[in-house]
Design a protein around this ligand. Structure first.
Ligand SMILES: [Mg+2]
Length: 230
C-alpha cells in the first residue's frame, strides 16, 4: 500500500488568498496588529499557530495565551464563514482535487491523508466549503504543532496506525515550506502550482492542478519513494 499526504490550502482548495485575508483581518480584530509581513516563507513556521506566535512576539513581545488563541480561531472562522456567504467562488477546489481523492479512496494500492498548517476547525470548514471529500481521512493540523514537519509526521503516523506500514509515500503541497518539510522527513514530494518557485526550493515534480487525472496518477507512481525511516 502507498500513501499520498495532501496539504490543504493551495493544494486541495484554492483558498490561499481568502485564507490570508481572513486571518490578517482576525489579527487586527483580536490583537490590533496591522500592516504585517504576509510573506509566510519569512516566518520560522508557516502555519496558523506559527504565524500567530511570531506576530505576537514581533508586535507585542509576548506569545499568545491559550485563551487568546481560542478567541482568535473563533474570529478567524467567523471571517471565513462571512466571506464564504458573500463570495463562495473564493472557496473552490483546486481543479480535479475531489476526483483524485475519490480515486485514491477507491484504489486498492493507495491511501490518502491530510496534513495542513491550518487549525483543524478552519481547515475543515474550507474543505466543506470547497465540497471536497476527505472527512474520514487521517488528518493532522496546526492543532498538532507549529512546525510543518511535525504536522506531516503526525499525519503519516495516523495513516500508518490505521492502515499499517506503507511501501511508498509521497507528500503533495504548494508551499516552499512543504518542499522543506518533506525533505526534512525524507519523503518524496510533488508540488502544486508555481513551478518556478517550488523548483527553486528543490521540487523537481510540479503540476498546475489535478485536472488531468491519468497524468496525476502517473506522476504519483513515479514520485512515490520509500516510506522513509519514520
Ligand atoms: Mg498550502
Amino acid at each position: 500500500m502507498n500513501l499520498a499526504i495532501f496539504d490543504i490550502d493551495g493544494t486541495l482548495t484554492d483558498t490561499n488568498q481568502v485564507d490570508a485575508a481572513c486571518y490578517l483581518q482576525a489579527v487586527e480584530q483580536e490583537f490590533g496588529i496591522k500592516g504585517v509581513d504576509d510573506d509566510w516563507s519569512r516566518y520560522p513556521h508557516a502555519t496558523d499557530p506559527g504565524i500567530l506566535h511570531e506576530l505576537c512576539l514581533r508586535h507585542r513581545g509576548q506569545a499568545p495565551s491559550g485563551r487568546e488563541i481560542l478567541a482568535f480561531q473563533t474570529r478567524f472562522l467567523a471571517n471565513l464563514k462571512d466571506e464564504n456567504r458573500r463570495q463562495p467562488e473564493l472557496f473552490r477546489e483546486i481543479k480535479g482535487a475531489g476526483t483524485l481523492l475519490d480515486w485514491l479512496e477507491a484504489s486498492p494500492h493507495w491511501q490518502a491523508a491530510l496534513a495542513t498548517g491550518g487549525w483543524a476547525v478552519t481547515a475543515r470548514f474550507k474543505l466543506e466549503a470547497a465540497r471536497l471529500p476527505g472527512h474520514g481521512l487521517p488528518f493532522a493540523s496546526g492543532d498538532d504543532g507549529m512546525a510543518r514537519r511535525d504536522i506531516l509526521r503526525s499525519a503519516l503516523i495516523r495513516a500508518r496506525d490505521r492502515h499499517g506500514r506503507f511501501q511508498r509515500v509521497v507528500s503533495i503541497g504548494d508551499g516552499v515550506w512543504d518542499v522543506r518539510a518533506a525533505g526534512d522527513l525524507g519523503l518524496a514530494f510533488i508540488g502544486v502550482g508555481n513551478a518556478r518557485k517550488l523548483g527553486q526550493a528543490g521540487a523537481d515534480k510540479v503540476i498546475s492542478d489535478f485536472s488531468d487525472l491519468p497524468a496525476c496518477l502517473a506522476l504519483l507512481e513515479r514520485a512515490a519513494g520509500p516510506a522513509s525511516r519514520l
